[in-house]
Design a protein around this ligand. Structure first.
Ligand code: F6R
Length: 607
């Protein structure tokens, strides 16, 4: 969702910016640009396309330029198609003030009109370009004051970096509803949309809050609150190491992250299974509060939404509590029925997804307790929630989420078991069984990874099709939804998932000879029913790829993958792994850019 990076200090500026942009490319990769400052002014270079196009355009910029500050941007287009003109940084009329922006300026058309009336000439189709012009209008030798004044006119969401050729060595950073991190160095400082861009240089950071402004110079950083008063902020020490942001010998981040899943699950469980019980002190749940909950609302987007569907099934089944799952972007616009006795749980890998954040705020505004299941420590959703359960998946950089999903599923399973226990629905013995089975999850996931060669063969057959279907019942349906999303987003095959029993109510019309249908059957109590649905598909010529723990499936399908033998209710975190691999290998065969699928971005910080 656009990545921004800034640097002030004595290192060669351009390599720091390009390195930061490379690490932020997962946020957008339509175009990129940099602005570099020296005693002569501000030099801007930008280019439509991947970062490599920009890199080819800056080969003449050397250290001899004496640049001491700079900023860069990698774009995910919202307003205006990807083009050189629409790329950031954008500049004011006189060319002295440059801005990079992540977010959306909702009133940009009105502001654009106002700027044009005042004699400014705007050259791009973006919402961003009004910002440097607006700052220029207010500028009287003080970039901080002018930026603050301009901010009062901006509606929408923004993380901005601003610099002026009249004030060398200064970067002004502001944040409203879009993430921004300040990296603290010795005689140098950094700004970025996300921690990976600064991690190589420093692990000491300030995470900016909404309405805060940072005055960033090489010798220090001053944080100001919304009124301009200086503010003391705690330093946040980054918990990951730099290696986490490298591919570590794998050809793609996605594959690396798929193989990291057993370890990630171990992390999610670490310290949370104690003495035959579940230990989630983060949530501050006791028997009385657990009994008092009337309803749970799970809100999330995309893959995280699919994890919530698993969570709903488990919480309802084990804790006998009604659970609603909402696509976060729908929640606040449907006047949801939320009471003070409800729990709203926002589930998000990044903790920055604008729709999920808005849904959490909406739930809390309506009086519910709002909690978060998040991966990124210190993210906005984690900080705004009353309590946060961290999934500890580690850094996830591939746009297609994998290890974040399984750790969300594990975290929600822990919550379901904990709620069931607190509500008196699980005896000590049953609880003990859950704990010992949960401990085996990483091993089952390793067994699932070992199926990779068979899955690669399946991918050969799938890759030549433009359409595919996924079916399953109960928890398998939730996993099927995730499987089809993975396939769509990285291999560009049109895929749809259906509750297996639903296919006959219309979609069966689309089953033609050899069309691939991925069928999941890990749930024993509906195994026979799913087999019936599979035979309906095969009777119409569909080619069924079956995924089950039960070898009996083999006689009903065209190709079968035998899944690790784990308990039904724990199957989602295991069964999804072959589906992730299936998408990965299919995308490779189709020569798709696995880590950077077209039109997508990792962290969606606009509505
Ligand atoms: C798909 C994917 C997205 C995200 C969604 C929510 O592979 O990654 O669907 O799951 O954008 O993101 P988070 O979990 O960061 O809120």
């Amino acid at each position: 969702m656009c990545g921004i990076v800034g640097y002030v200090g004595s290192r060669p500026v351009l390599p720091v910016l390009l390195d930061g942009l490379r690490r932020l490319e997962y946020r957008g990769y339509d175009s990129a640009g940099v602005a570099l400052q020296n005693s002569d002014g501000v030099l801007i270079r930008k280019a439509c396309g991947r970062l490599s196009v920009l890199e080819a355009r800056v080969t003449d910029i050397t250290e001899a330029g004496g640049f001491t500050a700079g900023m860069g941007h990698t774009r995910w287009a919202t307003h205006g198609r990807p083009s050189d003109e629409n790329s950031h940084p954008h500049c004011c009329l006189s060319g002295t003030i440059a801005v990079v922006h992540n977010g959306i300026i909702e009133n940009y058309q009105r502001l654009r009109h106002k700027m044009e009336q005042a004699g400014h000439h705007l050259v791009s189709e973006t919402d961003t370009e009004v910002i440097p012009h607006l700052i220029e209008e207010y500028y009287q030798g003080d970039l901080v004051a002018a930026t603050r004044a301009a901010m009062t006119e901006l509606e929408g969401s923004f993380a901005l970096l601003v610099m002026s050729s009249d004030e060398p060595g200064l970067l002004v950073a502001v944040r409203k509803d879009s993430p921004l991190v300040i990296g603290l160095g010795e005689g140098e400082n950094f700004v970025a949309s996300d921690i990976p861009a600064v991690m190589e240089y420093t692990k000491r950071t300030f995470i900016l809050d909404d309405g805060e402004l940072a005055v960033v110079r090489s010798d220090g950083v001053e944080i100001q609150d919304g009124t301009g008063a200086p503010k003391v902020k705690p330093v946040f020490d980054v918990p990951w190491d730099v290696q986490a942001a490298e591919k570590g010998g794998y050809p793609h981040f996605m594959l690396k992250e798929i193989y990291e899943q057993p370890k990630a699950m171990e992390e999610t469980l670490r310290g949370r299974l104690i003495d035959g019980g579940i230990f989630l002190p983060e949530f501050g749940l006791d028997a009385e509060t657990a009994q008092g909950i009337e309803r749970i609302h799970l809100v999330a987007c995309g893959t995280s939404h699919h994890a919530c569907l698993v969570g709903k099934y488990l919480i309802e089944r084990l804790a006998r509590l009604p659970v609603e799952v909402d696509v976060a972007s729908e929640f606040r616009y449907r006047e949801p029925l939320v009471t003070a006795n409800d729990l709203v749980i926002a589930v998000s890998q990044s903790g920055e997804t604008a729709d999920t954040l808005a849904a959490l705020r909406e739930g809390r505004r309506r009086g519910a307790r709002g909690i978060a299941v998040c991966n990124v420590v210190g993210s906005t959703i984690a900080r705004e929630a009353e309590a946060a359960l961290y999934t500890r998946a580690g850094l996830e950089l591939a746009v297609a989420s994998t290890k974040a999903y399984v750790t969300q599923v594990v975290a929600l399973t822990l919550l379901a078991v904990e709620l069931a226990s607190l509500r008196g629905l699980l005896g000590a013995q049953e609880l003990g069984q859950w704990v010992s089975q949960l401990q085996k999850l990483p091993q089952w996931s390793r067994e699932a990874l070992a199926l990779a060669p068979e899955i690669e063969t399946m991918a050969q057959e799938l890759a030549r099709w433009e359409h595919a279907f996924f079916i399953g019942r109960g928890l398998d349906y939730a996993v099927a939804l995730e499987g089809q999303l993975k396939l769509k987003e990285i291999s560009y095959i049109h895929a749809e998932a259906y509750a297996a029993g639903e296919l006959k109510h219309g979609t069966l019309a689309l089953i033609v000879d050899d069309i691939p249908v991925v069928a999941l059957a890990t749930q024993s109590h509906v195994f026979g029913k799913t087999i019936s649905n599979i035979t309906e598909v095969r009777a119409r010529g569909g080619k069924v790829f079956g995924f089950s723990k039960d070898k009996a499936m083999a006689q009903y399908v065209d190709r079968m993958l035998v899944l690790p033998d784990c308990p039904d209710l724990l199957a989602p975190a295991v069964a999804v792994i072959p589906l992730q691999l299936l998408s990965y290998y299919t995308a490779l065969i189709r020569e798709c850019d696995v880590d950077k699928p077209r039109n997508l971005a990792k962290s969606v910080t606009v509505e």
